[in-house]
Design a protein around this ligand. Structure first.
Ligand code: UD1
Length: 361
């Protein structure tokens, strides 16, 4: 079975790594790796290949940045040629980025089966581009590999036949568990002169939070308060960096002595910061899950989540971009009253193996 495996953006790389490894154990599975080029900076892409031992992509499409329509359209045009030439028997997509949807549409229209890894998660917020990508990808996929029971239920409610749905766990957690020990001993703490559990780790990149000046200011006002009590390490996404400059907020940022803005980091150094942090402030999807597994309190700067298990049973709390709420919940954690929790049993590091086993004849 010739499988075209798709990656494009940063959150795809840690998901494809365990899948390629697991599939290599099955001689009837013959994957090639296609990188769309949605993300292209060294820190947003190449470094993950090095950190996670992902083989060089067989095909690199170099689509780059653009509006949703431009990016999705360019990927579709370029990827259609690839599958025709490669004569793929299956297209495998992960996550919910534009590359995921674009390649799914190409496969579905050419009647090539599509496998979606991380299927069924829903925020029920269609203002998020990722939610649109999830719904459409799942609607036309043939294998829907889900991380939780709740994801199965979501798909059934959308009318997806049960025989297409496979509860396998979370491939991102496969990667986390594999590299956790290595991350714990990463020398990023020495580099930044940090002590374990003495700082918060922050990431911020959702268009809703960073492209709207009032929302970004509201978050930065909270950060201003929190950094008076603890150091905050802030690896900054290129989108956020651009907005900070555009909105004239650079002076506000540099006035915060305990806010340490750094370049985006690769997987191992970033994980080094996460596993040793006191708490996490983020609007990322994946970090909500990772912190739940690591039992680290996470404050998610969004109004909703597609990962409800992390707020219900796990360490995650939704705080939106409300200054007061972000500060209050951060102080609770700093006062020693952070959430602890559990996570689904099936997040056991074997999701990719279950997927490979299902696809193998
Ligand atoms: C994308 C995903 C989002 C994911 C995020 C992780 C979609 C719709 N969104 O958002 O789900 O959480 O990746 O990073 O697919 N840029 C660079 N260098 C790069 C890549 C991007 O400078 O290597 C800048 C460009 O100015 C670009 C902007 O970042 O216009 C946004 O990139 P884009 O891929 O459109 O979306 P993300 O915000 O990264």
């Amino acid at each position: 079975m010739k499988i075209a495996c798709i990656v494009g953006a940063r959150p795809n790389f840690m998901k494809i790594a365990p899948l390629l490894e697991a599939m290599s154990e099955y001689p009837d599975l013959d994957p090639i790796l296609v990188h769309t080029g949605q993300h292209y900076d060294y820190e947003m892409s190449q470094i993950f290949f090095e950190d996670l031992d992902i083989p060089e992509p067989d095909i690199y499409l170099r689509v780059g940045s653009g509006s949703h329509a431009v990016q999705t359209g360019k990927i579709m045009m370029a990827f259609e040629e690839v599958v025709m030439e490669h004569k793929s028997d299956l297209v495998m997509v992960v996550g919910d980025v534009n590359s995921t949807l674009a390649c799914t549409l190409v496969g579905a229209k050419l009647l090539i089966p599509v496998a979606h890894v991380e299927a069924g998660i829903r925020s029920f917020d269609r203002t998020m581009p990722e939610e649109i990508n999830r719904i459409l990808t799942d609607a036309v996929s043939d294998y829907l590999f889900t991380p939780t029971k709740e994801a199965n239920d979501n798909l059934k409610k959308e009318g997806i036949p049960e025989e297409k749905i496979f509860l396998v766990g979370d491939v991102m957690i496969d990667t986390l568990l594999k590299y956790k020990e290595e991350a714990l001993s990463s020398d990023i703490l020495n580099e930044l002169d940090l002590k374990k559990h003495s700082y918060a780790l922050m990431t911020l990149h959702r268009p809703f939070n960073v492209d709207v000046k009032a929302n970004l200011v509201s978050i930065l006002n909270a950060v201003m308060e929190i950094q008076r009590r603890t150091k905050i390490i802030f690896p900054t996404h290129p989108r956020t960096k651009a907005r900070v400059e555009e909105f004239g907020l650079s002076d506000m940022i540099s006035s915060m002595e305990n806010l340490v803005m750094i370049e985006p980091l690769g997987y191992l150094r970033f994980m080094g910061l996460m596993v040793n942090s006191k708490f996490v402030l983020t609007d990322s999807g994946g970090m909500q899950t990772e912190t739940a597994v690591l039992d680290i309190p996470c404050l998610t700067m969004r109004e909703n989540t597609e990962r409800n298990e992390t707020t219900q049973a796990g360490t995650n709390t939704l705080v939106g971009n409300n200054t007061q709420l972000i500060v209050e919940e951060s102080m609770k954690i700093l006062d020693g009253n952070g959430k602890t929790g559990s996570y689904p049993e099936i997040w056991d590091g074997r999701a990719a193996q279950r997927i490979a086993e299902t696809l193998s004849v």
